[in-house]
Design a protein around this ligand. Sequence first.
Ligand SMILES: CC(C)(COP(=O)(O)OP(=O)(O)OC[C@H]1O[C@@H](n2cnc3c(N)ncnc32)[C@H](O)[C@@H]1OP(=O)(O)O)[C@@H](O)C(=O)NCCC(=O)NCCS
Length: 176
Amino acid sequence: MDNTKPEDFEQPEQSFQKEADMAESRIRALERANSQKTEVVDATMTDKAGHPVTLRSWETDSGVMVRAYDTSKVEVPEDPNPGQAGHAEAHFDRSFDAQKRLRLNYIETNGEYRGTGVGGQMLNQVEQYAQKNGATEIYGSIENQDAQDFWKSQAGNGWEIDYSQGFYGHARKVMS
Ligand SMILES: CC(C)(COP(=O)(O)OP(=O)(O)OC[C@H]1O[C@@H](n2cnc3c(N)ncnc32)[C@H](O)[C@@H]1OP(=O)(O)O)[C@@H](O)C(=O)NCCC(=O)NCCS
């Protein structure tokens, strides 16, 4: 005996609606995937010690990862790793006003490459990303005295230190 009740049968309109909902959610997933598409941008420099350095940036709509590699020692990888000579990372804040603030989560140059211009160049890559993606400002907290001296050296590039924030201050650049 067939126990199927009339309400167990799916109406053609309902089935059509389900298909349309599924198609809609597939489109939304595709849009999300596309909006997070990663663009890879390379820049090269010779640091003050004569090392050939490539800076590779992995850029999405939400932020950028910059990694520095001394190409006389290592190859530049397809996917981001910690970075052999240095690393920097910045992400957009989820803000509720019209401002698009890019937060510099960290910037660090590794041992022998410090003081050779790698940090300044990584910052430059972050700034280019900010410009390209309509950031109104970039900011980050300063973690120590040496870093504060680095940020002071960036005054000519439009960086200022807000000493009222944190122990060593906040570095900030308003984008023009
Ligand atoms: C801060 C840091 C990222 C700077 O990177 P870097 O590669 O050494 O910086 P650069 O070589 O590009 O230096 C750029 C300028 O900053 C100055 N500078 C950098 N570090 C300095 C220091 N410790 N004291 C004084 N000046 C410094 C340089 O003299 C240079 O000035 P110039 O362009 O007039 O010559 C690096 O020292 C570091 O990794 N520190 C440890 C991690 C850290 O504190 N990160 C920052 C957290 S806010």
